[in-house]
Design a protein around this ligand. Structure first.
Ligand code: G6P
Length: 753
């Protein structure tokens, strides 16, 4: 039943009852007042008459008595006056009373009997009257009774009027209440509820709009926080269901964070997981607004976090930022991510000299250029090598402390900073399962052979149970290096190395990126056109075509070659001038190393040279952002670009290529990819280029811009399927499961199933 229909009768009955009680009380007091007034008047009149009548009775003059009663008989409400003798016989009566007074009223007898005045209401004829009887005396002897008849019907009439007025009041108030109730309910209850119902209907249909009331608005305002979280949960559930459906469609081949979590729990069988890397996942820096958190530009960080999330492990890394020490506990630990803690970060402190020798020197001036064929000569200094060994020992000690109480721990070491770490850990804790993932390429044996400490590095690595690279070619190069420099037995069919009775598996595990968060997929964003217009406005361009590049500013990334390719493209196809803008995000990196510092300047100078040569008044071809940019800042550019240009001279994998593909939910856009990246082995639908071939880069840019939409979409669709199926969850799951399946008991048994 409608709320108003229920409310109105209740209010009407309540008003009626209240009005009735008030009216009844009013009638009572009115009646009482009128009666008292009438009785008082009757008494006064009777007494004044008595004074005039008794002398006449004394005289016995009946005619005079009649005149007297006639004269007094026409007062207000007075019906008449009668005088009776003691026997009740009328002596004199006013003419108006006539026959009604022939028989004495009831008060006559009482008055005679009591010999005092008596007044009562009686029915006289057809009317109710107040009859007042007053004994008359002749010399102290009762000689008769004076009776006044007052009409009392006006009292009843007055009561009736009060009741009638009360009735009208009830009617008017009920009508007013009906109207007020109707409008109040409609404006303050039905209207808002209808709005909320509308919001819920939209939600049900997948349209996520904000709750119509804010906390302080309307009585429904307090629901807004709960409603927002309800909408969020619904969006996530929807996206999860969609991902689930896609999973089924993909024949269960899709790895998700959830599936990784379950898989890791199964594989670890209660053991704990420890990750070691040089670069930490979160850095604390002193910024303009106090201590700020930064996620460093490193593909490694992006890839490893899902594993730590899945098992609440410990990540051991160098605390390199200027506010890092202020954020740790007494054991140099903190929980991260800072706003949503899921795992522990243990920071290791290095002295300036250690950092210089181990990180900048040996790792980045030695091993990095050694492993990347980018024609920058590696520099090997004995003092750097000393620091490299000391820091590896320092990290080994920290790992041993962390795993001290852990049974059969899993230790995942990352990259070229820690080649010695596997042996250092394994020699103290043979029960630990140790893997090292080498995120950069491994060059051929001749190239690697120039390192004066190649034997030590290889021996350190072979302390691991598993050594992993992105691609098989790097595994092969590694095995050849081992073969040429160490005493050992290599089984090429199983890709294992047996050195001093310890077996090391050497396997490729191509790293990847995470799938977008479900909410990112479903949240209604701005339209593609609007995004592109916003991006162009941000870079001050009015062009039709947009290209994007994202890198750390590193000489291995081929950034200068890329710019020259763009210059050549505009020279060869000049009609694209003023029609095309290329946005390059370049995060300065390792700038304490002269080669890197110079390279930042070199990149800026090259962009400048090309811009100056080609630019017009309203246009320049290259926009260079030489600063650290977050993924959130870069993603809209990925989405708006016609193509992404990756021209690494040599790259283990290159996750920018995969991030670009993942961000293109519209299944559009072209990837131009260096053939010297690990990613080119998987993304066959990219336009592959040799970054040293400037002419080819120019042609590929043109091909990308002129590719028919159908082909573009088909290529992107296929690349997206590859990245979706070979995502980082799968990488992590396969790496851990390979490590978990290794038997540690004896060398003979150290095989994978
Ligand atoms: C490469 C390496 C990572 C490193 C990253 C950033 O991806 O493989 O180990 O973290 O570059 O370099 P940085 O020296 O700044 O850590």
């Amino acid at each position: 039943m409608k709320l108003s229909l229920r409310l109105i009768p209740i209010l009407a009955v309540a008003i009626t009852i209240v009005t009735f009680i008030v009216a009844r009380n009013q009638v009572r007091s009115e009646k009482h007042g009128l009666r008292a007034d009438l009785e008082r008047r009757s008494e006064i009149l009777a007494e004044s008459l008595q004074e005039s009548v008794e002398p006449v009775i004394q005289k016995g003059s009946t005619s005079q008595l009649r005149r007297l009663v006639e004269r007094f008989g026409n007062r207000e409400h007075l019906e008449g006056v009668a005088i009776y003798d003691v026997n009740g016989k009328v002596t004199a009566v006013s003419s108006k009373l006539d026959t009604d007074a022939e028989t004495p009223p009831a008060v006559f007898a009482k008055s005679v009997e009591l010999n005092r005045p008596v007044g009562e209401y009686e029915k006289v004829g057809s009317s109710t009257m107040y009859v007042y009887a007053l004994p008359l005396h002749r010399d102290t002897q009762l000689a008769g009774v004076l009776v006044l008849f007052h009409d009392a019907s006006f009292i009843e009439a007055q009561s009736t009027r009060i009741w009638r007025d009360a009735l009208w009041h009830v009617v008017a108030q009920v009508l007013l209440i009906i109207l007020i109730t109707f409008f109040v309910i409609r404006w303050t209850i039905v209207g808002p509820i209808a709005k909320v119902a509308h919001w819920m209907r939209d939600l049900r249909h997948g349209k996520f709009v904000p709750f119509p009331y804010r906390t302080s608005e309307s009585f429904l305002g307090p629901l807004s926080t709960e409603a927002a979280s309800l909408a969020q949960k619904l969006a996530e559930a929807r996206a999860a269901a969609k991902a689930e459906a896609q999973l089924r469609e993909a024949g269960d081949s899709l790895w998700t964070a959830e599936r990784l979590r379950a898989s890791i729990h199964k594989r670890l069988r209660g053991s704990s997981l420890f990750v070691v890397s040089n670069r930490e996942p979160y850095e604390h820096v002193h910024g303009s607004s106090g201590i700020e958190v930064r996620v460093p530009a490193s593909g490694l960080v992006t890839a490893l976090e899902p594993i730590l999330y899945a098992c609440d492990g410990t990540w051991i890394a160098h605390g390199a930022a200027d506010a890092d020490r202020e954020m740790v506990d007494a054991n140099d630990r903190l929980r991260v991510p800072p706003d949503h803690p899921h795992y522990t970060l243990r920071r290791i402190w290095l002295t300036k000299e250690e950092e210089q020798g181990y990180y900048l020197g040996f790792a980045n001036e030695g091993i990095w250029p050694l492993c990347h064929i980018a024609h920058t000569r590696p520099v090997f200094r004995a003092e750097d090598w000393e620091h490299y060994q000391r820091v590896n020992e320092k990290f080994a000690q920290a790992v041993l402390d962390e795993i001290d109480t852990a049974e059969k721990p899993f230790v995942l070491i990352q990259d070229y900073h820690f080649a010695l770490l596997p042996r250092l850990i394994k020699s103290k804790r043979p029960d630990a399962r140790v893997a090292i993932f080498w995120h950069i390429p491994w060059p051929n044996a001749e190239a690697f052979g120039i390192c004066p400490w190649q034997r030590e590095l290889l021996d350190g690595l072979l302390g691991a149970d598993l050594v992993s690279f992105h691609i098989q070619a790097h595994c092969n190069n590694f095995l050849e290096s081992v073969d040429q420099s160490l005493e050992c037995r290599i089984e090429w069919d199983r890709f294992t190395v047996n050195r001093n009775d310890h077996i090391t598996l050497v396997r490729p595990h191509p790293i990847s990126v995470a799938l977008p968060e479900p909410t990112e997929v479903t949240e209604p964003g701005i339209s593609a056109e609007q995004n592109r217009a916003d991006i162009l406005a941000q870079v001050g361009a009015e062009t039709l075509f947009l290209g994007v590049g994202v890198d750390r500013i590193d000489y291995t990334k081929g950034i200068v070659e890329r710019f020259r390719g763009i210059e050549s493209f505009l020279d060869k196809f000049p009609h694209y001038k003023e029609q095309f803008t290329f946005v390059q995000f370049g995060a300065p990196s390792r700038t304490s190393i002269k080669r890197y510092k110079d390279f930042v300047a070199e990149v800026a100078a090259e962009a400048d040279r090309i811009n100056r040569r080609l630019q017009s008044e309203r246009w320049k071809p290259i926009v260079l952002f030489s600063r650290h940019s977050s993924h959130q800042e870069i993603e809209p550019y990925y989405k708006a670009a016609d193509f992404c240009l990756v021209t690494s001279l040599h790259d283990g994998m290159n996750l920018v290529a995969k991030e670009f593909v993942v961000s293109r939910a519209d299944e559009d856009g072209v990837l131009i990819l260096s053939q010297f990246t690990g990613a080119s082995r998987e993304l066959h639908d990219a336009l592959l280029v040799n970054p040293y071939d400037i002419n080819q880069i120019a042609d590929m840019i043109r091909k990308a811009l002129e590719m028919p939409a159908e082909e573009r979409q088909l290529r992107m669709k296929r690349m997206r399927r590859v990245v979706r199926e070979h995502n980082v969850y799968r990488w992590a799951a396969e790496l851990i499961s390979e490590l978990a399946e290794i038997r540690l008991d004896s060398p003979e048994m150290a095989e994978t199933r």
